[in-house]
Write a new protein. Structure first.
Length: 540
């Protein structure tokens, strides 16, 4: 077999990376082989732990210290990247192969202005003057469609949105016009509209520059928009590889079929009706923040939530859908009074929450529980998961033995072994941790459950399991659920009603069927059009 076939920019042959002793399996990746062709977008798909990111790290020479490449070759420009010295590797990966990481806010140094962060690449690898470098950076900002490049140049990462930070990362990666761009889950945590913009940007860049792209993702919706060819990874091995059409329309491996089946679709179930008194009645909620103030000026007031009404009945699920900054999470925090609204009235199960003092509020909050987006940060790493679940009931007066018995029962209810009671969070996968967070939220038998982007960071197969679990538990326990998401596919799967938020206001509210089939607002239509896989893939 030719180690580097004609037309291939990068060729991996039988690459294996070993894991430390005591790991669940011996290899992080095993005998991975594929080619990246000139001007091609190759999507590498699989769940967390499948080896996608380790493959990218092996190509870039960024393997963590506890991982070792045992065998294989990675051919690029006539050289084996696994056998060049560190100086040559840095020159190649700095100039000819670049990488975009999943979390831009973690990858960008918060103490430097974003313009200087991109400029550093030119300072290290070129002999351009300061004026020339600044102009290069501004040109890159325009190329990646960043607004007002001159102003953004002097901003810090925290002053930019997630999508803007990701564009800065793309600008940094493109600075030296690399032949190969590796994008590791660059759109996973982004709103669907921002995600669509990033995908279009990558397609445009490929068309304009001929850059070859390895795009790592767990979402076949993204694959449908972007890929020329697809490599599917499972347990560190490539189980299927083929063209976009072959893999999506005629998958051969059962694992590929399961991943495709798990992708949520834009479809609505039969509508349900709910009678009786409302569990939640929030009216005219408003929350504003001050922006741009300093010693001499108070700045301007910005409405994060502007005159919003929300009603929820027992057993009902209301989806709040919108982009980051639309006010979804702020509204939820006002309802549970993690922050106090500037105006409005909140009634939960007949109790006027908006009037309660701190002591009464602490007791009344037992009726409301929240499941956050990130299960990794939601659990105390030093606390056993059983104690974390039992803690709430014990705080509210339940005897310890009874609370621990309930915790074990809840572990079983969410599909975990009750014997896991004495294990710590780090011993569980991301999906299992989210199940633990759901069990903890249900320990007080709440009337209202708030799920704040509770599945957005999960693999599609795990996401499907969590959605099924929430629906099952709601049917059994009849709690009302406020489900916050930026993904209309997910909302249409689990919600009885969907409220679309934009700039702090609910601009449209209806059943999923009406939202999907008869959207009334242009913004809702934009959200629907931006759903991955909803549109035919652009030819590049």
């Amino acid at each position: 077999m030719n180690d580097h076939p004609p037309g291939a920019v990068i060729s991996l042959r039988d690459v294996s990376v070993s894991l430390p002793e005591g790991s669940d399996r011996k290899y992080a990746i095993r005998n991975v082989s594929f080619d990246l062709k000139a001007g091609e977008i190759l999507c590498v798909v699989g769940e967390s732990g499948s080896g996608k990111s380790v493959t990218a790290q092996a190509i870039m020479g960024l393997l963590p210290g506890n991982l070792r490449c045992e065998s294989g070759s990675i051919q690029f420009a006539g050289r084996d990247l696994l056998r060049v010295d560190d100086t040559e590797r840095r020159a190649i990966t700095g100039r000819q192969i670049a990488m975009i990481f999943q979390e831009p806010t973690a990858a960008l140094n918060p103490v430097f202005r974003v313009g200087d962060l991109v400029a550093e690449t030119f300072r290290i690898h070129t002999k351009l003057s300061g004026t020339q470098i600044r102009q290069k950076v501004l040109d890159l900002f325009r190329e990646v469609r960043l607004p007002e490049p001159e102003r953004l140049y002097n901003n810090y990462p925290h002053q930019l949105s997630g999508g803007q930070c990701q564009r800065v990362m793309i600008a940094t990666a493109l600075a030296l016009q690399p032949q190969v761009l590796i994008a590791d889950e660059p759109t996973t945590a982004l709103d669907v509209t921002t995600q669509a913009q990033i995908l279009k940007l990558l397609l445009d860049l490929r068309r304009e520059t001929g850059t070859s792209i390895i795009f790592i993702t767990h979402d076949f919706g993204v694959v449908a928009e972007l890929a020329d060819r697809v490599a599917v990874m499972r347990h560190g091995e490539v189980v299927e590889i083929g063209t976009h059409q072959q893999v999506l329309q005629h998958p051969q491996h059962d694992y590929t079929k399961a991943l495709i089946a798990a992708v949520p679709k834009l479809e609505a179930g039969a509508p349900r009706t709910f009678n009786g008194p409302a569990v939640l009645q929030a009216t005219h909620i408003r929350k504003s923040f001050r922006s741009g103030g300093n010693f001499f000026s108070r700045g301007r007031s910005v409405d994060a939530v502007a005159d919003v009404d929300v009603t929820l009945h027992r057993g009902e699920t209301l989806g709040l859908v919108g982009e980051s900054g639309s006010g979804k999470s702020t509204l939820a925090q006002c309802i549970i009074r993690l922050i106090d609204p500037n105006a409005g009235e909140i009634n939960i199960d007949g109790v006027r929450f908006s009037d309660l003092d701190k002591k009464a509020l602490r007791h009344a909050r037992a009726k409301i529980q929240i499941v956050f987006q990130d299960p990794y940060s939601a659990l105390d790493p030093r606390q056993k998961i059983g104690e974390a679940i039992a803690e709430g009931p014990m705080i509210h007066g339940m005897y310890g033995g009874e609370a621990r018995t309930r915790a074990r029962s809840l572990l079983k209810d969410v599909g975990l072994d009750p014997e896991a009671f004495d294990r710590y969070p780090h011993e569980f996968s991301g999906g299992q941790r989210q199940r633990i967070c759901i069990a903890r939220a249900l320990a007080l038998d709440p009337l209202l459950l708030i799920a704040d982007e509770a599945v957005s960071a999960l693999d599609v197969s795990i996401q499907a399991q969590i959605l099924e679990l929430l629906a099952k538990l709601q049917k059994e326990r009849a709690f009302a659920m406020l489900f916050i998401t930026h993904d209309l596919r997910v909302a249409s799967k689990i919600c009885d009603r969907i409220a679309v938020m934009r700039q702090g206001r609910i601009i449209e509210q209806a059943t999923p069927a009406d939202i999907l089939l008869h959207p009334q607002q242009d913004y809702t239509r934009e959200l629907l059009a931006a759903v991955p896989g909803a549109q035919h893939r652009e030819s590049a």
